[in-house]
Design a protein around this ligand. Structure first.
Ligand code: HDE
Length: 719
């Protein structure tokens, strides 16, 4: 395992944070004023059984501080986890943008990256069906650049004015604060059923993208169109993509529900443990670049955040990589207090007129004022820039800086004219000079009114397995809706996306697809009320299918099993050699092995050796692992056969399409599962069951091969 000090030694940000990092080891306990404390266990009383005295300043300070330990959680993205790391540009990056951190392929720019769910409270489960936030803070030499994106490339709404409505609808309902971290309720679907523009995003949110296997296995997207400005001051529109080295993978819904009970910190733990073990998550940053002159060459508007640019139309060019290699020292000081803002940009990057992005540019500073309580939040160690920061802003709550001199205004002569403005050649930021010639209007462009073509492109591009999952998700969510009209309206909207989809969902709900689609416009909620002067129209999308939209077909996936977790189901009498050889093979490919035993401490193997148990079977379940191995050993198999939990472990692993391997006597345990008898000897391997009884030359080899495919989807369709 890498020591923290060995990681990131050179990072300027880690050195910067070190100034504020405190370690109490070997130190006296003191009050906040530095007074050494002699007794921290007893309050000051009148006699040992008497009343406490108000005079007890030590007690009062301790309790007062405790009373104020909490700050308001983020209104959205409250639940999250973060890590430090670095970004390194590829040599090609410099030609696309003049941004300093993209110029030098040898330089490492420190980053702090926070992943989050959107709707749940701070203590909610990681496995909620939800979009994931993917926010990266680059501590560049030219100031902070925040790329505040999501794991889905589009958004629910087109205009910032709708954001409070969307969030009110998805958060727990206001009268009873139910349900937590779930969109499966009336207010969310009521709103969505009246907002055709959300249909593309609904497809993503109901797909398995909304239940990732790991933060390390998620794509990230900047969502909006931004601008890159190159050295010649030319502008290109740009879409940002993060592509995970470990591929893009999800769990299945039944698994997500069970993980939420077994380990609500599943994603947080996964990220933490991977980094602690030295298996550093990595992403490639890619860009789609569109010259200004091509702005209007698409069938959709580049400014519309409900649209993506298919990779088949504009390829993603890799321009660098991000590696997360260090866990935070303190969750509150770093992960909770970090303040992202899409308006934190550096020369070489600029905004587009996407009306959602434009609204965000206001919101993020504003929200920090109520969350962190002061305009001085940029002085918090985690938010502090590593490039020099000087200006004439002064005072305010919790001011840390002690600004010298008389002049706190510009221009000044008393301070020698300092701090002075930077010319563009000196790195001064200058907004891209876009020509605007327009009337002031409160309306939406008609180029934003195709709400269904890309939703259909997404659905059609999925494999049948993924389509089935999406249909099941919609059936689940809409079945939780209590108001029948909302369900009918939703099925109507779905029929605008895809007939087969709408029919399948309707079937699961026990209703028919409405003949006349009750669009909001027909419901007396006029187009004007929705900010759409045109009826939703459908346009052809120039690509019929886009494989990169599917996780299963995703061309960027590899067969790596790095840091995949394998459960070894064991009990006393297990064959030690069987454990050792399978473990060796898995570890050589970077996987992690956990010994699950029938007690909390040690197993006695058949040769009398002692094997340390990682988890008592009582405390875990197969949903926490990627695959299961039952080692050889007669005694072990016999003991496990009597454990209901061991059989459930295998049944669930099978149900969730995970590879299962068993060696010699371990194979016997499979006879007690509910799936083995459905399979003939000949088709076992096809369905991801590998046993050494069969002709397998190399059990480990086959098992590893199947794990590299993530799941055995044929189980869902083939039986
Ligand atoms: Fe955010 N969003 N958002 N958002 N957002 C916040 O800022 C907001 C949007 C995203 O890990 C808040 O500091 C508005 C799109 C992430 O700390 C708040 C609108 C995308 C995070 C806010 C949007 C995002 C936030 C809450 C529509 C993907 C978590 C706390 C105009 C591109 C960052 C905070 C972190 C957080 C407002 C839409 C991503 C309230 C008004 C689109 C990843 O300011």
């Amino acid at each position: 395992m890498l020591e923290k000090k060995d990681q990131q030694e050179g990072s300027k940000k880690i050195q910067d944070l070190a100034k504020d990092t405190k370690d109490g080891s070997g130190q006296f306990l003191t009050t906040n004023q530095g007074l050494k404390i002699n007794d921290d266990n007893n309050s000051l009383k009148a006699g040992s059984r008497g009343p406490s005295l108000l005079e007890d300043f030590i007690l009062r300070e301790k309790i007062t501080h405790f009373d104020h330990e909490r700050i308001p959680e983020r209104i959205v993205h409250a639940r999250g986890s973060a890590a430090h790391g670095y970004f390194q540009a590829y040599p090609n990056a410099a030609q696309y943008s003049k941004a300093g951190f993209l110029q030098n392929a040898d330089a490492k720019t420190p980053v702090f990256t926070r992943f989050s769910t959107v709707a749940g409270f701070r203590g909610s489960t990681d496995l909620a069906r939800d979009v994931r936030g993917f926010a990266v803070k680059f501590y560049t030499e030219e100031g902070i650049f925040d790329l505040v994106g999501n794991n889905v490339p589009v958004f629910f709404i087109q205009d910032a004015a709708k954001f409070p409505d969307l969030i009110h609808a998805v958060k727990p309902e206001p009268h009873n604060e139910i349900p937590q971290a779930a969109s499966a309720h009336d207010t969310f679907w009521d709103f969505i059923s009246l907002m055709p523009e959300s249909m593309h995003m609904v497809m993503w949110a109901m797909s398995d993208r909304a239940i990732p296997r790991s933060y390390r296995m998620m794509e990230g997207f900047g969502v909006h169109t931004f601008r890159f400005i190159n050295k010649n001051e030319e502008s290109h529109f740009v879409k940002f993509h993060w592509k995970p080295k470990l591929g893009t993978h999800a769990v299945v819904w039944d698994e997500a529900v069970k993980i939420s009970g077994n380990d609500p910190d599943f994603h947080r733990r996964d990220l933490w443990e991977a980094i602690e073990s030295g298996s550093f998550p990595e992403w490639e940053l890619g860009v789609q670049l569109i010259p200004e002159s091509d702005e209007h060459n698409f069938d959709f508007d580049l400014l519309d955040p409900t649209k993506l640019v298919p990779e088949e139309l504009v390829p993603v060019i890799p321009i660098g990589k991000m590696v997360l290699d260090r866990n935070p020292d303190n969750f509150f000081a770093e992960t909770e207090q970090v303040a992202f803002h899409p308006g934190h940009i550096v020369p070489g990057i600029d905004f587009s007129n996407d009306p959602l992005l434009q609204g965000r540019l206001f919101s993020y500073t504003d929200t920090q004022l109520s969350r962190l309580g002061t305009p001085n939040f940029h002085e918090l160690p985690i938010n502090r820039s590593v490039s020099p920061m000087h200006n004439n802003q002064r005072d305010g709550q919790m001011r840390q800086e002690i600004n010298k001199g008389r002049a706190s205004y510009f221009p000044n002569s008393l301070g020698g004219g300092c701090p002075y403005q930077a010319k563009i050649a000196e790195g001064g930021f200058s907004t891209y000079s876009e020509r605007i010639d327009a009337n002031k209007v409160r309306e939406r462009s008609s180029s934003f009114s195709d709400h269904f073509s890309q939703a259909r492109l997404f659905f059609d591009s999925q494999t049948p397995t993924e389509q089935n999952h999406l249909i099941s998700a919609l059936r689940f969510e809409l079945s939780k809706v209590e108001t029948p009209e909302i369900r009918t309206r939703m099925v109507g909207l779905l029929s605008m996306v895809s007939d087969p989809l709408a029919k399948q969902v309707a079937k699961g709900l026990g209703i028919a697809v409405p003949e006349n689609i009750e669009r909001p416009i027909n419901k007396g909620i006029g187009a004007d009320d929705l900010g759409m002067e045109n009826e939703p129209k459908q346009a052809a999308v120039p690509v019929a299918l886009s494989p990169t939209l599917s996780m299963i077909k995703n061309p960027n996936n590899t067969d790596t099993i790095e840091y995949r977790k394998v459960a070894f189901l064991c009990s006393d009498g297990v064959d030690a050699d069987s454990i050792t050889s399978m473990k060796k093979a898995l570890l050589s490919k970077g996987a992690t092995v956990k010994i699950i035993g029938t007690n909390a401490t040690m197993l006695t193997a058949s040769d009398g050796s002692q094997i340390t148990i990682d988890h008592n079977l009582l405390t875990v379940s197969s949903v926490l692992f990627d695959s299961v191995f039952v080692p050889a050993g007669k005694g072990s198999a016999e003991m496990l056969r009597k454990e209901e939990k061991a059989i459930e472990f295998l049944n669930d692993a099978y149900k969730h399409c995970k590879p299962i391997a068993a060696e010699k006597e371990g194979t016997e345990l499979l006879n007690h599962t509910n799936f083995i008898h459905k399979l003939s000897d000949a088709n076992r391997e096809l369905y991801g069951i590998f046993t050494s009884e069969m002709k397998n030359e190399n059990l480990a080899h086959q098992f590893i091969g199947a794990m590299g495919k993530h799941r055995i989807w044929s189980r869902e369709s083939g039986l």
